[in-house]
Design a protein around this ligand. Structure first.
Ligand code: LLP
Length: 425
């Protein structure tokens, strides 16, 4: 999946730049992003979904350069906070191509969205309907969608499943709160309901749950037409498309997904007597994850009982995914040729807790030693964006590579950055 996966062990490079050189130049830990791979993934999505709006989910990874790539590749942008919105806006992203999400939008989130003029706001609770309408003011008209929980269970881990009742996102189809919200939005002259939204989960490997969601969403659109006489022109199916974190794992292919989604949509709409709505999709991980590699340097190697622990200079502060979701990675040694036989090792971080594991039971050369470099592929999504400064370890830099050259996108968080926030006596 990652461009690194095709290269021989020992001397890996990304975008024409050796990872070992990058580690020397920018230090470790560091995230490396392959700009061409990100752009190629955007193009694959646009080619697979020519009649849809492909809206990149900024939560996966965001920086000013990323905003520019997404803009130039013709995608939209899903933002879920004033912070993401502000960054994208300052970087020149067209606001009408933005979609604002959030189950608990702050007054600042809504005000900023209205002020810059985001394309759509996705309503996630009844209480925000009147608030958005009031802030829009009598002269304005804001496009909104209603986020529906279609009752479909999908996703790679319990914590990233959002398609059924009993989790915090969206408005339920089964208890009628989605229908109520739709009626309330239609009753607000300041709001224009362009369609319905659902996001059923993340790291979904199978097309079927999306097809069930399409049937249920079209069913709701038909009932809305019946009771309100309104034909909604848009349907947003969220993101959630899985990537392979380790060689051989399944990924969700956008082209196959598009073909089956449109077939299901055509059939469901024909049966319901509705025109086919314009689709929006919101991939985050599938755009960014395979384009990134995390680089670490080994600090310590030891046996504890039967396990060989290889401790690196990062860990759960730059990648909380193994601890949060039991995510599995395939770390690879780089930068040094060796003929040593591979042995099973557990790659751990430097943080003060036992759950700080990057990958358990993975093969590393038997002579692995401090100073060695380890690359963790498929690190472009939900790592930099979810990084913390736990144990006051500063967050790593993000480096972009493009046509054989590397440049810094986000600098390393320094001790000074960390100390400066501490303003108490
Ligand atoms: N749209 C909405 C409304 C979302 O909430 C999300 C992700 C996406 C799109 C993009 O989903 P993607 O295509 O990236 O799966 N931190 C977790 C993933 C959380 C996803 C949250 N919402 C992880 O590292 O696996």
């Amino acid at each position: 999946p990652a461009s690194t996966a095709r290269l021989p062990q020992g001397h890996l490079s990304v975008g024409g730049v050796s990872l070992a050189e990058l580690a020397d130049r920018f230090g470790t830990p560091a995230y490396v992003l392959d700009e061409d791979e990100i752009r190629a993934r955007c193009r694959t999505y646009r080619a697979a979904f020519p009649q849809a709006d492909v809206v990149y989910a900024a939560k996966a990874f965001l920086s000013r350069a990323m905003v520019r790539w997404i803009e130039e590749e013709g995608l939209g942008l899903d933002v879920c906070s004033a912070g993401e919105l502000e960054l994208a806006h300052a970087a020149g992203f067209p606001p009408e191509r933005m979609v604002l999400h959030g189950n608990a939008k702050s007054p600042r989130d809504i005000e900023l969205a209205l002020r810059v003029g985001v394309g759509r706001i996705v309503v996630d609770s009844p209480s925000e309907i009147a608030r958005i309408a009031a802030l829009t003011g009598p002269a304005g008209r804001q496009k909104v969608m209603v986020r529906v929980v279609p009752g479909v269970s999908a996703g790679g881990h319990e914590k990233i499943r959002t398609g059924t009742d009993g989790q915090k996102f969206g408005l339920s189809l089964t208890d009628g709160s989605a229908q109520h919200a739709v009626a309330r939005v239609l009753g607000q002259p300041q709001l224009e309901l362009t369609g319905l939204h659902c996001h059923i989960g993340s790291q979904i490997t199978d097309v079927k749950p999306y097809l069930v969601a399409v049937r249920r969403m079209v069913g709701l659109m038909a009932r809305i037409k019946e009771s309100h006489g309104v034909t909604l022109p848009e349907l947003d199916l969220g993101g959630g498309h899985a990537v392979a974190y380790r060689p051989g794992e399944p990924a969700l292919d956008p082209t196959a997904l598009a073909r089956r989604l449109y077939a299901e949509l055509a059939a469901s709409c024909a049966a319901a007597g509705l025109p086919v709505p314009r689709l929006l999709i919101e991939p985050g991980r599938a755009i960014a994850a395979p384009a990134g590699v995390a680089l670490y340097r080994v600090l310590a190697v030891k046996h504890t009982g039967p396990t060989l622990f290889v401790a690196v200079d990062g860990g759960m502060s730059d990648n909380p995914r193994p601890a949060l979701y039991g995510a599995r990675y395939a770390p690879r040694p780089i930068g040094r040729s060796t003929t040593a036989e591979p042995v099973p090792a557990t790659v751990v971080g430097r943080h003060c807790e036992a759950g700080d594991v990057i990958a358990s039971d993975v093969p590393l050369p038997g002579d692995v030693r401090p100073g060695d470099l380890v690359a963790v592929p498929v690190a472009g999504a939900y790592q930099a964006s979810m990084a913390s400064a736990y144990n006051l370890v500063g967050r790593p830099p993000v480096v972009a590579v493009h046509r054989g050259t590397a440049r810094l996108l986000i600098r390393r968080e320094t001790q000074d950055d960390l100390s400066r926030r501490d303003v108490g006596a």
